[in-house]
Design a protein around this ligand. Structure first.
Ligand code: GLU
Length: 451
């Protein structure tokens, strides 16, 4: 069959939309990848004839299940849980678990799809998956969270395994929840294996896993700036979010001499013109993690700052921006505003925080713009290193892991350059990441034949 006989991008996307009705996030993620892959595949007959993109955009399986639990008042509550196993061509399915009321099958399918390319980019042998529930941890007691995690694992355990599928944390799932889920997994199976990552250090976890996503995003940003002979010293940074990714990104920006101006949560953002230094970051960490507080309380502790209810921070002028909250938090107009205010570089700490309009704006402006699948891969990369340590039954030293994380982020940057260098000093990191991630998975799939 001649290349010209193959379906074009609009026809392909038509099919994706038709097969995935009411799943806008999933369609958006596929579109963003397909835009680059169609161009790349033009002269690659095998990818077409073997329907590789069509196959990657159809999850291997989607498991959906009921999760019943009893709240502290004795009410029976019913939630929906999922595990999306997108692709295991290059390794066991790997990806986090998200507990948030916004979780739907569409959101988890988009995350599992993105994870497939992200994990390939790390260079480690990990396939792509994602799971979660529409359970809202906000305002729940620790005992309620424990009961929910146990009930969730009572179904999930049959679908996962150290060489099958290795979940981890994501929004609403941190070390505490991983502990409850690992405890239940071990209780049911009587098996102590590296079936989850993000574990505590005493029971098989890895050093720097907590810091890895935020630190990695800033390492990636530093790599991008270096292509233009610049670094982070003296640069102002606008960051959204105030969870694990945002606070560790802020920490690394400060360590490299930058000044962090904002953090946010679903209630709004805080702007601290004096800069959010390490002491303030530590306050936010403990406020959000231990006290489960809101970011607006920051202005009571630090009166030099202002709180902006119901707003995102993209209107604050900055040199660099790091969206580290959630999907579709930075829209086309926000992207235009950032550029108008002189922003030079954007590195995504969250997954798909920029909508398609915003992605097109950044690309057209030719700024340094890294999609999450490249810049936030540090977290899952250290998860991959946790898996290796579990298999070997040993723990690596912190310096070794720090160096490995830096090397992996530099390696991802290099892969982006290999396929994204457009000449004239412009690197299209979206294209570079999409093609490099796709190629690795696609070539493995070709080897397996039609399965
Ligand atoms: N949830 C993180 C991500 O989006 C980490 C996944 C993992 O460590 O498996 O990549």
């Amino acid at each position: 069959m001649a290349v010209s006989d193959h379906v074009d991008l609009p026809t392909f996307m038509e099919g994706v939309k038709k097969r995935n009705p009411y799943q806008p996030e999933f369609v958006q993620a596929v579109q963003e990848v397909a835009e680059d892959i169609f161009e790349f595949m033009q002269d690659k007959e095998e990818y077409h004839s073997q329907q590789i993109l069509r196959r990657i955009a159809e999850p291997d399986r989607v498991v959906s299940f009921r999760v019943c639990w009893e709240d502290d008042k004795g009410n029976i509550r019913v939630q929906r849980g999922w595990r999306v196993q997108n692709n295991n061509a290059i390794g066991p399915y790997k990806g986090g678990i998200r507990f948030h009321p916004s979780v739907t099958e569409s959101v988890l399918k988009f995350l599992a799809f993105e994870q497939t390319f992200k994990n390939a980019l790390t260079g480690l042998p990990m396939g792509g998956g994602k799971g979660g529930s529409n359970f809202n941890p906000k305002g729940k007691s620790v005992r309620e969270i424990m009961r929910f995690c146990q009930s969730f694992m009572t179904e999930l355990y049959r679908h996962i395994g150290a060489d099958i599928d290795v979940p981890a944390g994501d929004i609403g799932v941190g070390g505490r929840e991983i502990g409850f889920m690992f405890g239940q997994y071990k209780r049911i199976t009587n098996n102590f294996t590296g079936v989850l990552t993000g574990k505590g250090l005493e029971w098989g976890g890895s050093l720097i896993r907590t810091e890895a996503t935020g630190y990695g995003a800033v390492y990636f940003l530093a790599n991008m700036l270096a292509t233009r002979g610049e670094d982070l010293a003296g640069k102002t940074a606008v960051i959204s979010g105030s969870g694990n990714v945002a606070t560790h990104a802020a920490e690394k920006i400060v360590q490299l001499g930058g000044k962090v101006l904002t953090l946010s949560d679903s209630g709004g953002y805080i702007h601290d013109p004096d800069g959010i230094d390490q002491e303030k970051i530590d306050w936010v960490k403990s406020h959000k993690t231990h006290r489960r507080g809101r970011i607006e309380e920051y202005v009571e502790a630090y009166p030099g700052a202002s709180f902006h209810a119901g707003k995102t921070p993209w209107g604050v002028p900055c040199d660099v921006a790091l969206p580290c909250a959630t999907q579709n938090e930075l829209l086309g107009d926000d992207a235009r505003l950032l550029i108008a205010n002189g922003c030079k570089a954007v590195a995504e700490g969250a997954n798909m925080p920029t909508d398609l309009d915003g992605v097109h704006v950044f690309k057209a402006a030719k700024i340094l713009y890294a999609p999450g699948k490249a810049s936030n891969a540090g977290g899952v990369a250290v998860s991959g290193l946790e898996m290796s340590q579990n298999s070997e039954r040993r723990s690596w030293k912190e310096e070794e892991l720090q160096q490995m994380l830096k090397d992996i982020m530099a390696g991802i940057h290099k892969s982006c350059l290999a396929y994204g260098d457009q000449g004239g000093g412009y690197i299209d990191y979206v294209k570079g990441a999409n093609i490099a991630g796709f190629k690795k998975v696609a070539d493995a799939m070709l080897a397996f034949g039609v399965v």
